[in-house]
Structures are given as C-alpha cells and as structure tokens.
Write a protein that binds this ligand. Structure first.
Ligand code: GLN
Ligand code: ZN
Length: 770
C-alpha cells in the first residue's frame, strides 16, 4: 500500500505568496523576489511531504494565481485581446489575464472568475473560440518537475485532465461546443507527457472532477477518446485519474473502464461509493482511497478509515491500494502548529483539528496501520486518535441539550409568517408610509482605512471600548445624516462595527471558534479565514440591537436591521462533520430568529437577512438540489418568521442566477428581495417576471464592484426596463450590493444620482398606478 497526495496549499505558512505577489504588483519588489518566494514554497512543500513519508508527491500544484489559468497558458489558450503581450514577459501576460492590464496605452480586462465546484476557491475561466488553436506555450509543469528532481524528489505532476479543462471554460462565440475542441487540444497534452517522460516522470495525475457530475454522451466519449489516446501513445506511463467532491455514481463503470493505472475517489464526501467501485474495478486498476477530508479541518477518525481500507483490501489486495486525502489540500489551512494562542483556539478544540500539514501525517499513519508497519509508534498514534475522537464525541463544549431540544420542537408554524404576503404588505404600507420606488442600500457603507484602523487599535488595546464606540457612533451618525440629506427612504447604520459579515456573528455565537492563521486561498492573492463551527450553536445575547437601535434613535426614517442569514453563515465556515449540515443550519437559524425578535422588540420595523450564499450551496448533483433547498429555505424562514405582519423582512443575494431555483426563492417569502442585476441589464428579472414573483424586488441599479459613478439617466433606463416586466408597485431602488469596498466620494455621487433616478421614476409611473 502506498501514500498519495493530490495537492498542497501554496500560499505559504505565513501567506508569503500573497505578500510577494502584492508587493510585485505594486511595483515594490522585482520579479526575482516573487519567483524566489514561489521556489521556496515549492521546495518546502516537497520536502515536508517527502520527510513525512508520502510516496506520490504532487508537483505543478503550485501556482502564482490559479491552476486553471496556468493550464490555459500551458496549452496556449490565450484570448486574442492579450496578443500585444504575447511576445513580452510571460509574467506580465499571465497576471494581465488574471487581473487585467492598464499600462503602456493598453486597457485589457481580466478574464472572468468563477467558483471551483462547490468550494469557495475561484478559478479563472478559460475562454474558447470557434477557431481556437492550442500549442505548448508555457512549460511550467515540466520545469517544476525538473526543479523537484534536482532537489531530490521524483514527483507526480498534476494537470487538470483535457475533458474537465474544456468543460471548465466558456465559449466566447456562438456556433460550437467547447468539447469539440478536444482533437485540437490532445496533441498538446501528448507533447507535455512526452517531455515529462523524457525528464523521468513515472506517474502523472490528471484531475477529471467532472466524472463526479452528470455527463452527456459527448463528454463520455471525449473521456474515452482522450485516455485511450494517452494509453496508446504512452503504454508505460502510470496515469492516476483523480475525481473528487462527489461520488462517481452513474459514472462508476465509465471511470473504471478508462485505460489508466489508478483511480482516485473521494471517500470523505461519499464513503458509500466504495463498494460499487470495488465491484467494477478491473484487475489492473489501482485505487487511491481519499479517506482524509481535504475540505474540512477535523481530525480523521482512523478506525473509520481503516474499516474502509480493510474492505477494499479484502476485495482487491493491499498492493493496488493507496491512502490519500480526499482532494487537494488547497482548501484547508497550512499548519495547525501555527495556532499558538490558547485563548483564540483552546487546547480542547485544537486537539480535534488537523490542517494540511497534519493531514499529510494522518495519511502516512493510516497507511502504516493498514500495512502493519512501524507497529509500536503507529499503535500509539492510533490510541491518541481514538482518545481525541472520543473526546470530541462526548465533550460538553459541543453538546447543548437545550439547543437540541429546541431544534426538535420546531413546528411548521415556526417557519411561516402569520399571514400571506398581500395582507402583510397592506399592513407594512400603512405602517411605513413609503413612496413608490422606495430607495435603500444593501447595508454597509465605505469601510475606510480609518475605520479599520480604529478596530485594529481597539483589538490591540490602544483604544478603550468606550473610545472605540464613540468613534463608531460618530461615523454611524454621519452616515445617517448623509442618507437623510440625500433623500433615501430606508436607512442603514452602515456596519462600521463589523469586520466581516460572517465573522461578526460567529464571534458572538456559542459553538464557533476562530483561528489566528487559518488562511485558505479564495482567489489569486486573496485569502479567507473561515470560522470553525465545532458545537451546538446558540446566542447568549443580542448581537446587533445596540448599533441598530442607536442608529434608529438618530432619525425619524426607518432604519433597517442588518443580519447575515443561516445558510450564508454555514456556507462560509468550516462546519462540524458529526451531524448533518441541515441540523447545524437550523441551529444557526434559531439564533438569528432570536435576534430578529429582539430587533423587532427594540422598535425596528424593517429587518434584512442577507443570504448571498444560498445559490452557491447547491449540491453538485442536480438530483440532490431539492433536498438541500428544502432545508436551506426552511432555515431562512425559521430565522425570518417570529415577527408581526407589519414588520418588513428583506433579504439580499449577490450571485443572482435564479432561473432554475426561482420557485424556492419565492418560497423564502421575504417581503423584499434585493438582487444583483445591473451588469446583466435587468435580464435577471425575467426569471421573476416569468414566474409572476409576488413579493417586492429591489433589482440593483448600479454595480458597486466598480469605482465608476453611474448617471441618473442610465438608472432611470434600468428602472424602466424593470417596470416593463414587473408592476411598478413591486419595485425598490438600490445598489447591487454593500458599499463597504467603495470610497465615500463615489458613494455620495452615486447615491445622489440613484435617488434622483427613483424620483423621476416616481413621476413617470405615478399615473399608471392610480
Ligand atoms: N449587508 C452586507 C453588506 O452590505 C451584504 C454583503 C453581501 O451581500 N455580500 O455589506
Ligand atoms: Zn451582495
């Protein structure tokens, strides 16, 4: 039995890569510094895995920005707008594709970015054209293999497989499907393999994550064709085909029939698939068992893993087995050892966790236990593992009987408002007295360096609680005054006291903990530090009432209470794996529900529950969608439903492709939903119009992701488009998303124009309404 790893985090233990990239981009350090940083990280990762005892160590898992972009450069899929940079420095070209380029008289937009399957990692979407040509443009994969070899490791180069690579991309013109480009792409893969073999590569890993999704007939034959060709050209090369994030399900027979040397499966996500795969496994195919969860930070349960391995060994023998993490370790932080602050992360909780470095050791120990190697040491480690797992199962920190009882007692009525929307709307109109086309914002106002500085000083102890509060009060008051003078109808307090929309709530909820250094790459140089949900969730005291009430006390206009919804809190955290996600989500929903009730009691008449992550939580397999939507939507409703009919509930979502889930969005039954719409020129509203969506909608009328100030006229134009498909009485006027990342001067100008646009729309449509 051998050990295998699919990929290691590349940001560096102290985010060295982030810092080196940003410094290079800012022109503060030369390219040599960045290149050296990359090299240091790679050597460090290879050595660490070698010393730990990993047999199949990955290379080319490193990237300065994104592995999909690396491959686009490798196979020469460089969109024509970058032609002018093709003969220059390859790093300029690479970062131009990633981030855009505004220099030397050129103004090139970046390539699009989207989420990597159901993770929070974003990749750069390949762009394909009808007459697309491919060529071996960058030899990064070969160079990194040679680099590792020179340093004493024969690695297993990792590449996204040709079929998944094409499927990850997008056609940039009509009249062809990207899968038809396979014949042009394969020769480049052949060239790469040729060069790797010449350098001495024995194993090559091809990731084909689409094998865990539903495949069309064309895609199925593309896979067969690609791997048959590789086998024909290189009968001696050992290809490892990696799948992850879901079970192979209906593609089991297909995956097992491809002429490769080893197949990797994700047993953390779906252990049940093991038997079906064992049944299909031909005699010459090895199996890499992904038993260590590469997507979450919990310690592996060795006994559980050993049972799975034992089942496989009984059926096909140990020689054909490998032990591995379930997927690349890119999705977990580097090293738990860096967590040295006992108050942030207590020793009791820390003993339940494993980051990338620890997961590598787990893989090795599991292999030793399964192979009866290194017996005394391995047995001790097993004992310690059993103790840690037991401590987690029984810890009083985790289990809160009151929370469990409350979840058990939830009734359907708890997840329903008292009356239907029409009745609620009548009461809300009477109570709020808002005009036609009411104006509002999504919650946050610019979070200036000054505001962030106050928080840093407060955390360091350089500002007292009282001083910090006074500064935030002043900022909040100015923001309220600004909104009043600008003429907005529904105000917000500005969210100056919040660092991050999930962290802010997690820090105040029981059952959550945080790390100091648990960074995970989100995109490019951007990293996130997700909270860890380790136990039953409850809310010891109100979380937002103080600031909301303070803001409301300053003005006669309604101030909207601002909360993050249960699904978004769940989605953007490391979630406990000892109970279904639905259960954890329901617990969070009850905590938010209590907050909603407290805000109402404090006199707040409008409460917004943000759920930007509902859509991205959709399972990879469409068959699983409805089950997810059922509990996710219900969780939102539990949070939203304790209030009287006259209290108005808003929700907000950013990535708003709603066509296929519009029924469920309507089931959320928010009185008002605000969505991102301006970039699609209101096209997204068609889903709502076609569905006859009954409740109020605030289609974002300007893009907050850009510093550009929109004009009144263009927003009037968008409002007319909206009013052409929806009744005017249903429409709210607001930006696309929160204004946190914008500057005050742009914000002031843009909102002034927006209010003017709403006023014009009011006049235009007033008659239509009477
Ligand atoms: N209320 C949040 C804000 O305005 C919403 C952010 C989001 O949708 N991502 O910042
Ligand atoms: Zn948003």
């Amino acid at each position: 039995m051998r050990t295998n790893n699919l990929g290691y985090p590349r940001i560096g233990g102290n985010r060295e890569l982030k810092k080196a990239c940003e410094s290079y981009w800012a022109g503060k350090s030369p390219i040599e510094h960045l290149l050296q940083t990359g090299k240091d990280i790679r050597l460090h990762n290879w050595n660490l895995q070698k010393e730990a005892g990993i047999d199949l160590i990955p290379s080319n898992d490193f990237s300065f920005y994104d592995q999909v972009l690396d491959l686009s450069l490798t196979v020469g899929a460089i969109p024509p707008r970058y032609d002018a940079l093709k003969n220059g420095n390859i790093h300029d070209l690479y970062f131009a594709m990633a981030r855009g380029y505004q220099q030397n008289g050129l103004d090139l937009t970046a390539m699009e970015m989207t989420k990597w399957f159901d993770t929070n990692y974003h990749y750069i979407v390949p762009e394909f054209y009808k007459n697309q040509e491919f060529s071996l443009f960058s030899t990064k994969v070969i160079e990194e293999f040679a680099e590792a070899k020179a340093a004493g490791s024969i690695t297993k180069p990792v590449l996204i497989g040709p079929v998944s690579y094409l499927l990850l991309g997008k056609e940039k013109e009509a009249g062809f499907h990207r899968i038809s480009l396979l014949n042009k792409l394969l020769p480049v893969y052949i060239k790469i393999i040729e060069q790797l073999v010449a350098q001495g590569a024995e194993w090559i890993q091809f990731d084909e994550p689409f094998l865990a999704l539903t495949l069309t007939e064309e895609e199925t034959s593309a896979l067969k064709q690609a791997y048959a060709l590789i086998k024909e050209k290189f009968p001696q090369v050992k290809i490892l085909l990696a799948t992850y994030f879901e079970s192979l399900a209906e593609n089991t027979a297909l995956a097992a029939s491809l002429p490769v040397c080893a197949l990797h499966i994700d047993l953390a996500r779906n252990p049940e698939q093991l038997d079906a795969i064992l049944d299909h496994l031909p005699e010459n195919l090895s199996l890499s068992l992904g038993v260590v969860d590469g997507r979450n930070i919990w310690k592996n349960d060795y006994q559980k893993s050993l049972k799975l391995i034992d089942r496989a060994a009984k059926k096909i023998g140990k020689e054909r087995l490998m032990v591995a993490p379930s997927c690349s370790l890119l999705h977990v932080p580097c090293d738990l050892v860096a967590e040295t602050n006992d108050t942030t992360l207590t020793p009791e909780i820390k003993q339940w966790l494993a980051f990338a470095r620890q997961k590598i050791d787990e893989v090795v120990v599991i292999k030793q236990l399964a192979n009866s190697e290194n017996i005394t040491d391995a047995a001790n480690k097993l004992k310690a593992n059993i103790a840690a797992c037991e401590s987690r199962k029984t810890s009083v920190l985790i289990h809160n009987p009151q929370v469990k009882e409350r979840v058990g007692n939830i009734t359907d009525a708890d997840a329903r408002r008292n009356s239907v929307f029409e009745m609620r709307k009548a009461l809300q109109v009477a109570s709020l007295k808002l005009p036609l086309f009411p104006t509002t914002t999504i919650g946050s106002f610019p979070q200036t360096a000054e505001v962030r500085g106050w928080r840093a000083q407060f955390k360091k102890g350089d500002l007292t609680q009282k001083q910090y509060e006074e500064l935030l009060k002043k900022e909040t008051e100015e923001t309220i005054r600004f909104q009043e003078t600008t003429g907005l109808d529904v105000l917000v307090h500005g969210e100056f006291e919040r660092n991050d929309m999930v962290e802010y709530f997690g820090e105040q909820l029981q059952g959550f903990t945080f790390t100091k250094n648990g960074w995970v790459q989100s995109y490019g140089s951007r990293c996130v530090k997700p909270p860890v949900i380790y136990g039953d969730v409850s809310r010891p005291q109100p979380m937002t009432v103080f600031w909301t009430q303070f803001a409301q006390s300053l003005t006669a206009r309604p101030v909207k209470g601002m909360l993050t919804g249960p699904v978004t809190i769940l989605q953007w955290s490391f979630v406990r794996d000892d109970q279904p996600r639905a259960e954890t989500c329901t617990q969070i929903a009850l905590a938010i529900r209590d907050e909603v009730a407290d805000l109402e009691n404090a006199g707040i008449k409008i409460i917004q529950i943000d759920e930007p992550a509902i859509r991205e939580g959709l399972p990879l397999k469409k068959d699983d969608w409805q089950q997810y939507l059922n509990w996710a939507i219900k969780a939102f409703r539990i949070a939203a439903s304790p209030v009287a009919d006259a209290t108005q509930i808003h929700t907000h979502m950013c990535y708003s492709e709603f066509n296929d889930i519009i029924k469920d969005i309507a089931d959320m039954d928010a009185d008002v939903i605000t969505i991102e719409c301006s970039r699609s020129q209101m096209e997204l509203l068609d889903a709502f119009a076609n569905f006859n969506y009954p409740n109020d909608i605030g289609p974002g009328v300007y893009d907050i992701h850009s510093p550009r100030v929109p004009s009144k006229d263009e927003m009037v134009h968008l409002l007319k488009k909206a009013a052409a498909v929806l009744p005017a009485s249903q429409i709210w006027v607001n930006p696309d998303c929160g204004l946190k990342t914008r500057h005050w001067d742009e914000t002031k100008k843009a909102l002034t124009e927006m209010v003017a646009a709403a006023n014009e729309a009011k006049v235009l449509y007033a008659e239509a309404l009477v």
